[in-house]
Ligand binder design. Structure first.
Ligand code: GDP
Length: 304
């Protein structure tokens, strides 16, 4: 679980340690044990139903396996948390879809402030390091400063960017970017978009228009529509996700700011409630603070 060494401290010290403490003091299966367990899970934003589900399954499992030692019970809890994530999923795993041939196009959506621009900056670096030719499209022409912020990332990462003045039609930026990506053999195009949820039909139209512009040039694109969610906003993040799911075909989640919350369980809740795979998690503001999401390592990371 080294990949989550940094960034999960808060979740580990509250959720993991509380659970470890609970398990260390575990003597026998009584109601107060399960009460505490449910409270700990709910406190970590695993979600009410998931917490109850785990608790119920654990009751059965503890009886079945005649688990007496805290370590055995801990293993069952870990197993159940991982199962919960896996069972909730579709066939989808956390891997990104790439184009068979030509540029892969990845659209980033989400409300302002969740970390879209930062995530693109981090991801661009990650793929550039892997030897890919990366292009960014600054199609968030709405939020003041968003274009310049993405430009700063492009310079820092040493990747190219397509931009137009603020308030330009986002689809016009996308059009230029897709043309360029095709003509100049880029491997990946990351598209930053504006997150205006106030007006759902407007957002829906804008995203649909961008997608049309993209697929006209590159069939089967965009290959991913990643919804970026801020884990520190808890239930609010789940509500945003539901809205975006109704607005466009989201293919996966990037969950940011896990370093800023003790409620790492939200990762599991998202999968459970939205049936969308979490593809990446943000664990800080720096360029290297982005990790592909691995449920097993993640859950073990909580208990280290
Ligand atoms: P956007 O409006 O969705 O493009 O959001 P930004 O990319 O501008 O991010 C908003 C703020 O969140 C910035 O101050 C980022 O540095 C910060 N941020 C983004 N991701 C993370 C993360 O994983 N951890 C922390 N601690 N901060 C983050």
């Amino acid at each position: 679980a080294e990949r989550y060494d940094k960034g999960l401290e808060k979740s580990r010290t509250t959720f993991g340690e509380r659970l470890n403490h609970l398990l260390a003091n575990f003597r026998h299966v009584d109601e107060s044990f399960f009460d505490d367990l449910e409270e700990t899970l709910i406190g970590a934003d695993v979600g009410y139903e998931a917490a109850m589900q785990i608790s119920d399954q654990l009751r059965d499992e503890v009886k079945l396996q005649n688990a007496k030692r805290p370590k055995d019970v801990q293993n069952v809890v870990v197993e159940k948390l991982i199962d919960l994530y896996d069972a909730a999923g579709t066939e989808e795993n956390n891997e990104l879809h790439f184009a068979d041939k030509g540029p892969t196009v990845i659209l980033f959506v989400g409300v302002n402030g969740v970390g879209k621009t930062t995530t693109i900056g981090k991801m661009a670096k990650m793929f550039k390091t892997q030897g890919k030719k990366v292009l960014l499209a600054a199609a968030d022409t709405f939020r003041a400063g968003a274009i310049e912020q993405l430009n700063v990332w492009a310079k820092r990462d040493g990747v190219d960017i397509v931009m137009k003045p603020e308030k330009s039609d986002p689809s016009a930026v996308v059009f230029d970017a897709v043309k360029k990506a095709k003509a100049e053999d880029y491997d990946i195009l990351f598209v930053d978009t504006a997150g205006r949820l106030q007006n759902k039909s407007n957002l829906m139209n804008e995203l649909a228009k961008m997608k049309r512009v993209i697929s006209r040039e590159i069939p089967n694109a965009p290959h991913e529509v990643l919804l970026v969610l801020d884990s520190t906003t808890g239930q609010n993040a789940l509500n945003q996700a539901k809205l975006f799911k109704e607005t466009t075909d989201v293919t996966g989640i990037v969950l940011t700011k896990l370093d800023g919350t003790a409620r790492g369980g939200i990762v599991l809740a998202i999968r459970n409630e939205l049936h969308l795979p979490v593809k990446y998690v943000g664990l800080g503001e720096q360029v290297d603070d982005l990790r592909p999401f691995e449920p097993t390592e993640f859950v073990y990371g909580l208990f280290k």
